[in-house]
Every structure is written in structure tokens, then in C-alpha cells.
Design a protein. Structure first.
Length: 337
């Protein structure tokens, strides 16, 4: 079965908008137009190191592993995926091997959450979590182990654990089927992302070359081009201002022997810490922000259904406030307007 014939485990996160690497438009181009993204260094080394990561995982678990094969949905044959490995010792377990950089351990997503949480939890990048749910649903496995080799001076190896969420999988299947029926099957492209990807740029270039026409810029497009130039200039100015402010804060901290500063803003705590290598990075204690916003919105506490649970202990660890934070803040702004 060719890759363009089915929606795979890396396509599913893109379809629901949680992928860091693909957009729904990319999935459409890969399936309907049969376009492929060229191999880059990260992809190449990820494939080369997959067996090594799996071997280390097998040693840690004491399990025998077998390479996964393509499995399709029992109803929708255009939904499929190939897990990296399956445990032969534990028939409920599948293995998805990953490589990343040690710098990623200090990076956050667009909502300020760490990309990678504590070892042994399910706190992994959202697209990896969705990918594992998709593969578990297709294979009938109920648990996924995500072994990760973080490349860098320390070469850290971590293992994360993800439990199957049947309700989420059914929602994911529904979204993927809708996408196939609405876009791939009739070859109707979805809206293009605001910042076109590599595949989208290639596709647009092909379409333009096929037309071969040359035309003067109309007034509306000229205005867009001028806005783009102005935003570029503003971005450079803002980045320079950001660097200047960071330098001043870090200078104050270094002169006074301070490793971490704490403060409050919008009735919520924040901290700025100097990490290894002298890099200054700001952190927000989102639980305090969420509790403050809930109070301002007239809630006695953060709703229970917004609390995520630790995958190992089952104890609540932090509010799952992606979306909640912005939704409540928007309501408060509207009320104050």
C-alpha cells in the first residue's frame, strides 16, 4: 500500500491542528497530489537512530520487540499506520521511538507549556501524543512507550508513557474520515495555512509555472506586499528591544548573584531563571494564572474537567488550561470593554 493511499499517524495530528511539522494543506498535497517532502538531516538521523533507541528501550523494559507493520482501520481502509515496534513480551504495548535535542528540554509550546515533561509521564509534544493514540487505536494496544534520545553533550535517554483514550481515538477517526471525504476523495484542497509550508510553496510555484503569465501587481496585492515589508521592519525592531530588555534583566541578576527572580503580574506569579549556558528564559506558573482567572470569572475553582492527571500515579498534577486560559481572559476583556 503506497503512503499516499492512506492517512497515517503523522497525518492525523496535522488534520486536527496539533502538528508542529505539517498542516492540513500538506496532508492534502501528499495524498491528492502525491507530493513528498524531501528528506532532511533531522529526518535522516531520526530513521538511522530508531533501531538504537529501540534497543535501549528493550534493554530498559526487559522486553523482546518486533518491528511494526502497516495496520488499517477495520472500517475505513484509508486510515492506517505502522508503529515503530510492538512488544512481544507485553501484548498491550507499542513503542514509538523518537530523537530530539537537549535544547528541546527547555523549550515550551505556543501556550507556554514545556514540550517535554517529567520522565515517566505522558507530558510529550501534542503531535506525538496524538500519533500514539492513533496507532494504539489501530493496533488494539492500550499503552504506548515513547523512548526518546535527546542529542547533545549529555545524550539523555528518557521514556514516556501514554495510556489509550478510546473516546479521543473515536473523535480522531471521525475528523480524519471527514477530511478524507471532504478534501482528499473529491480532490478539493482545504484552506492554505497563513504561512505556507515547503510543500505548499512548491505546489504554488508549479501552478504559477503552468500558467506562465506575467501581470502587474493590482492595488490589493500591492497593499499586502507593503504591509508585509512594514511588519518585517517592526519585527526586527521588536526583536532588538527584546534582546535589550533581556540583557538588562540578566545583567541585574548576574551582578547580584541571583539565579531566579520571582514576581507577580495580572495577579499571577511568574519567574525568570538563568539556566545552563547562561541562557535567560522566562517561565510562567500557569496554575496560578488559571486560578486567578477562574476567580475573576466568578468560579470557586478551576473546573475538574480541565485538570489533567499524571499518567503513572493518577494524581492531579497541573491544570490542563490550553484554551481555558485564553477563553476566560477573552470573556474578562469583553466584560471590561
Amino acid at each position: 500500500m503506497e503512503r499516499w493511499e492512506y492517512i497515517g499517524s503523522t497525518d492525523a495530528p496535522a488534520i486536527i491542528g496539533t502538528s508542529r511539522y505539517k498542516t492540513p494543506f500538506d496532508v492534502y498535497l501528499a495524498k491528492a497530489e502525491k507530493m513528498t517532502t524531501p528528506m532532511n538531516a533531522a529526518m535522516d538521523w531520526g530513521l538511522r537512530l530508531e533501531a538504537a533507541v529501540a534497543g535501549k528501550c528493550a534493554d530498559e523494559l526487559g522486553h523482546a520487540l518486533a518491528q511494526g507493520k502497516l495496520v488499517t482501520h477495520h472500517v475505513y481502509s484509508f486510515l492506517g499506520g505502522s508503529p515503530d515496534y510492538l512488544s512481544v513480551t507485553d501484548l498491550s504495548l507499542l513503542i514509538e521511538c523518537k530523537t530530539s535535542s537537549e535544547q528541546a528540554l527547555s523549550q515550551t509550546d505556543e501556550n507556554g507549556f514545556p514540550l517535554w515533561g517529567e520522565v515517566g509521564t505522558d507530558e510529550v509534544p501534542a503531535d506525538y501524543w496524538v500519533q500514539c493514540q492513533y496507532l494504539m487505536g489501530l493496533t488494539g494496544r492500550t499503552r504506548a512507550c515513547l523512548p526518546v534520545l535527546f542529542l547533545g553533550p549529555q545524550r539523555q535517554f528518557r521514556m514516556y508513557w501514554i495510556d489509550f483514550d478510546g473516546e479521543f481515538f473515536e473523535m480522531l477517526v471521525q475528523k480524519c474520515v471527514e477530511f478524507h471525504q471532504k478534501h482528499i476523495a473529491p480532490q478539493v484542497p482545504p484552506p492554505m495555512d497563513a504561512a505556507p509550508s515547503y510543500l505548499a510553496m512548491v505546489w504554488m510555484a508549479r501552478k504559477a509555472q503552468e500558467g506562465g503569465a506575467e501581470a502587474e501587481c493590482d492595488a490589493e496585492t500591492l497593499d499586502l506586499a507593503m504591509q508585509m515589508e512594514e511588519i518585517g521592519r517592526k519585527r526586527q525592531t521588536i526583536e532588538a528591544q527584546e534582546d535589550e530588555l533581556k540583557a538588562k534583566i540578566l545583567k541585574f541578576m548576574s551582578e547580584n548573584g541571583i539565579q531566579k527572580l520571582r514576581g507577580r503580574a495580572y495577579d499571577a506569579a511568574f519567574s525568570i531563571g538563568i539556566q545552563g549556558g547562561g541562557e535567560g528564559k522566562s517561565f510562567t506558573l500557569w496554575q496560578n494564572v488559571a486560578e486567578s482567572l477562574a476567580k475573576q470569572a466568578g468560579m470557586e475553582k478551576i473546573p475538574d474537567d480541565l485538570i489533567s492527571t499524571h499518567s503513572q500515579t493518577g494524581n492531579p498534577t497541573k491544570p490542563h488550561i490550553r484554551g481555558f486560559f485564553n477563553a476566560v481572559r477573552t470573556k474578562l476583556k469583553q466584560a471590561q470593554a
